[in-house]
Each structure stands twice: as structure tokens, then as C-alpha cells.
Design a protein around this ligand. Structure first.
Ligand SMILES: [Zn+2]
Ligand SMILES: [Zn+2]
Length: 349
């Protein structure tokens, strides 16, 4: 099955709204320049009624043949052409590449996002006007707008990009557990001095939870059960051990026991407890969030990445058993279920 549009956790969206000849594009240009200079990655959206020009003799003919996607690469830029999406801003923003800090939208019509509004227009009902501009004070107004835009993009943008990436892996929502799992993975790998995601199968993670944080740890580290770089212990604890298979160093990182209570107690006036937790997990120091302990963690020969060290068959059901998971019983070699030592849901006895 092909997913045409994966759920996307979008970066903050800021609109620039004004009529024709109000200096709307000039405002957008200045805001983009200002933010990019600060290292803030801006995506830009504009809805146009014009037809896009493609050279009639070559790419235009290909486009008429209706490919599902068409990429044109020139020395200056790469242009992706896909069929027209619906014009709602979330759909359009989801079509942009990931890793952005802010999406700037040029628009004629009011949108439910913070908006820099031309002085030629009156705010619409419920429009979130966060700045104004007029042609005779465009430079100064653009500078003020850029300050707001930078604040909207946030301070710790690297972490926010990582959280959004993990949220997509998690199915599109950035819950408190996901933020905590992201920090847990970043802290554990930082303590080992390892870059993430790990593509070399150098890092092995042993997870002690199968809740939201588990998805974050997988997204951030790149470790997966199918690569044998992620192992799961059904302990129901928010903790994970990170092992550098090159140096043999390992560290177990665990959430502090009073964490949820402290985060909830720190809620601002009117702040929901989940928001308070999310904010705490995103901003507190690793030492405030976690304990970290160096541990001895050697990987058994049957648990290492690479081809199976042993394959055998169960004498009862006949199914193949790899990696030393068989059990030697009085009746002979058995898989674990046939030997009666494991159950499908092995969490409780
Ligand atoms: Zn979740
Ligand atoms: Zn069997």
C-alpha cells in the first residue's frame, strides 16, 4: 500500500495577508531573508491562479502525459511537480520537505494562523493579527515581523525538528511521552559521544518501555528490531540502555522517579498538565529529567546484528528457530511456545 501523504507534524505557520500591490511579496521576501540569515529554515507557500510555465517542447509534454511526480533539476535549483493538492494550508505544508522551522504563507484570504496584515485591510473576525505593515514603513515593519517570526520558530530549533521527526514516526502527534523519549535518546547517545541516527549498526539500544517514548527512541537513534539494533525488555519502565558496540561502553538512562509530578506542579496558570509536561520535557536539563548509570552490557553471540549464528527446527511444530532461541527438552529440541516457556503476551507471568 502506498501512502500518498503521510501524517505530518507541521512547523509553526505564519501568514502574510494583503491585497494586490500592498507590498505583500516585498514583506515576505524580507522576512525570509532575515530568518534564513539567522539559520532559521523557512518554507514558503503561495497559492496562484496562474498556470506554471514548463517548456512546451520537452518537460511540458512529459507533464501532459500525467506522471505521478516529475523532478526537474537545473544547476540553480530542483523543482518538484506533483498534481494539484487541495488548497488547505495543512495539505500544502505537508507537501514541503521536512526539517523546516517555520512555514510562511502569502495569502489573500484570512487563515486560522498568526497573520501579518496589510494596513489596507481590516482584520477579519477572529483573525490572529500579530503585526501590520504599510508601504511607507515597509522596512521597519518587516523587521518587527521577522522578530515575531523568529520567536514563533522557537529557540531550540534543532530539538523541535527532532521532535517533529519523531512525531511523524509516532503517527503524527507529539505527546509528552514522545518529547521525553526524544530527550532520552539524545541524552543517551550524547553520553556515548555517538551521532544519531546511527547508520553503521554501532549503537544497540535496549528499551524497557513499549509506550510512546519507544517510538521516539527508534526515530531518533535509527535503531530497529529488524536490524537487531533495538531490543525490548518488557519491564514497563521509562528507561533505555545505550551500548556502543565499538567501544563496549554502555549507559542506562532512566526518567527520574518524581518527574511527572514535578512537571505537572510547574504548570503555568491555565496550562493543561500535558502541555506542562511537554514543556518541561522539552526545556529541562538532562540532569533534571534523567539518571544515567554506566553499566556492563555485553551482547550475547546470538543477539548480535548479522546473519543468524544458528538455525534449527522445532521437533514438535517443525518451524524453523534461529538465533539460539530453541529449548532443549527431554523430548528433544522445541521452539519456546511448544516447550511452554513463553506465551504470546508475556508481560505478566
Ligand atoms: Zn504518544
Ligand atoms: Zn514448535
Amino acid at each position: 500500500m502506498i501512502h500518498e501523504s503521510a501524517p505530518r507534524t507541521l512547523p509553526p505557520i505564519l501568514c502574510v495577508r494583503g491585497p494586490s500591490r500592498s507590498g505583500k511579496t516585498s514583506m515576505a521576501v524580507r522576512i525570509v531573508e532575515n530568518l534564513q540569515t539567522q539559520g532559521i529554515r523557512v518554507g514558503y507557500i503561495k497559492r496562484s491562479h496562474h498556470t506554471l510555465d514548463l517548456p512546451e517542447k520537452s518537460s511540458g509534454r512529459i507533464w501532459k502525459a500525467a506522471p505521478s511526480a516529475m523532478l526537474l533539476r537545473t544547476p540553480e535549483r530542483t523543482q518538484l511537480n506533483v498534481a494539484a493538492a487541495d488548497e488547505a494550508i495543512p495539505s500544502l505544508a505537508a507537501t514541503l520537505p521536512g526539517g523546516l522551522d517555520l512555514v510562511l504563507v502569502e495569502t489573500h484570504s484570512p487563515e486560522p494562523y498568526p497573520t501579518i496584515l496589510s494596513a489596507l485591510l481590516e482584520p477579519a473576525t477572529d483573525e490572529m493579527v500579530v503585526g501590520r505593515w504599510s508601504l511607507d514603513s515597509l522596512e521597519a515593519d518587516a523587521e518587527t515581523a521577522a522578530i515575531y517570526a523568529a520567536a514563533l520558530a522557537g529557540e531550540d530549533r534543532e530539538l523541535q525538528r527532532t521532535v517533529r521527526y519523531a512525531a511523524e514516526f509516532h503517527g503524527g502527534h507529539a505527546c509528552a511521552g514522545l518529547v521525553l523519549g526524544t530527550r532520552l535518546a539524545l541524552h543517551g547517545t550524547a553520553l556515548l559521544g555517538l551521532a544519531v541516527p546511527d547508520r553503521a549498526k554501532r549503537l544497540v539500544v535496549v528499551l524497557e518501555t513499549d509506550r510512546c517514548a519507544a517510538d521516539a527512541v527508534q526515530a531518533v537513534t535509527g535503531c530497529r528490531p529488524g536490524r537487531r539494533t533495538l531490543r525490548f525488555l518488557d519491564y514497563g519502565k521509562l528507561a533505555a540502555t545505550f551500548l556502543d558496540t565499538t567501544t563496549g561502553k554502555a549507559v542506562r538512562v532512566a526518567a527520574r522517579t518524581d518527574l511527572r509530578d514535578r512537571a505537572t506542579a510547574g504548570a503555568n496558570d491555565g496550562e493543561d498538565r500535558h502541555d506542562a509536561q511537554r514543556r518541561a520535557y522539552a526545556t529541562w536539563t538532562p540532569e533534571d529529567l534523567f539518571t544515567a548509570t554506566a553499566v556492563d552490557a555485553d551482547i550475547d553471540q546470538f543477539d548480535r546484528p548479522g546473519p543468524p549464528a544458528r538455525r534449527t527446527s522445532c521437533g514438535q511444530c517443525g518451524e524453523e528457530v534461529s538465533d539460539g532461541r530453541e529449548v532443549l527438552t527431554d523430548a528433544g529440541i522445541r521452539c519456546r511456545p511448544c516447550a511452554g516457556t513463553h506465551h504470546l503476551w508475556n508481560g505478566r507471568g
